[in-house]
Design a protein around this ligand. Structure first.
Ligand code: THG
Length: 292
């Protein structure tokens, strides 16, 4: 699996100000630390950056390239900023992202084609957030068709079904898993990606990794190709790199209907088991779900 480090982002309390002030040190320190953690790409999230994006993106690309050789994911809704970034990267980056909105998909796909770059196909539709697995499927078909039409192959597309917070809507959490199970048939050859930490937005910080890791394992059951993740969750990286096969198997068995026998599970295993129950909608979510 391909892991994309999420940590350089505008929302961060240290990185937000560093981006605004063009202060390279905190960004380079973080880029080095993420690189050391074993992720495959670094996401550079500069937010919408409406006014200064075309100058900010190349600046942050150059700043990061001074300290890492990892390929980059250019994360902004400002396509002019994305193009300025595409002209600055040494390795062809990932375009993060192009949505299906009528004014965005055409120019976004043209950019991917012009630079021969892989592109994240964000399944945000003309009518906004897809409501269930079927709307995601319709959006995916639509996106792939439009990409193929201008000569972009499925292998270049990383389909992003848009993970949303468990604390907001459990149905969206299960719909994404349902969609992942369908993706291979809907869009053969396409890759997949999710912004994993979205799932735990609004959850107490110390509990977020349990949701992130468990959801990732659930999506791995359906062949998830890549994820944007917290590069400093070492347990998550261990799981993805095949070092925790017993936990992965436990999660997958519970998804297949096995009822966890808590008396035979370790404390760690019990936490994963409870978290699968919550993420599949079998137990109700509350901030104290691990204690119940
Ligand atoms: N799909 C795609 N791109 C994306 C997302 C997606 N990019 C942005 C986001 N979602 C993925 N990246 C993050 C980055 C940080 C957090 C969540 C998702 C996060 N940060 C902590 C917070 O806000 O509380 C801590 C902030 C910090 O200090 O770093 O949760 O879905 N294609």
């Amino acid at each position: 699996m391909i892991l994309i480090g999420e940590n350089i982002n505008m929302m961060s309390q240290t990185i937000g100000p560093a981006l605004k002030d063009r202060n390279p040190k905190p960004i380079q320190d973080l880029a080095k630390a993420e690189t050391g953690s074993g992720v495959d790409y670094l996401d550079l999230n500069i937010g919408p950056a409406r006014k200064t994006g075309s100058e900010l993106m190349p600046w942050v690309v150059n700043t990061v390239q001074e300290v890492t050789d990892l390929p980059l994911s250019l994360d902004t809704t400002n396509l002019a900023a994305t193009e300025a970034g595409l002209q600055t990267t040494r390795k062809t980056p990932l375009i993060n992202s192009v949505s299906l909105q009528p004014d965005r998909i055409g120019p976004g796909l043209e950019l991917a084609k012009k630079y021969d770059a892989d592109v994240i196909a964000l399944l945000w539709g003309a009518e906004g957030m897809p409501r269930d697995a079927n709307e995601r499927a319709m959006n995916a078909v639509d996106f792939v068709y439009k990409a193929n039409e201008i000569g972009i192959a499925n292998e270049k597309l990383w389909i992003d079904p848009i993970a949303s917070p468990l604390s907001v809507e459990i149905n969206q959490v299960t719909a994404l898993v349902e969609f992942m199970a369908m993706l291979g048939e809907i869009a053969p050859g396409c890759k997949s990606v999710v912004g994993l930490s979205n799932i735990s937005n609004g959850t107490p910080t110390n509990l977020r990794p349990w949701l992130n890791r468990t959801y990732l394992m659930m999506l791995m059951k359906h062949g998830l190709h890549s994820a944007i993740v917290d590069a400093f969750d070492t347990d998550l990286i261990q799981i993805v790199r095949g070092k925790r096969p017993e936990i992965l198997s436990l999660v997958h068995r519970i998804m297949d209907g096995e009822t966890p026998d808590y008396s035979s599970l370790s404390e760690e295993e019990a936490k994963y088991a409870k978290t699968v129950r919550v993420l599949t909608g079998k137990s109700l979510y509350s901030h104290s779900w691990l204690e119940i």
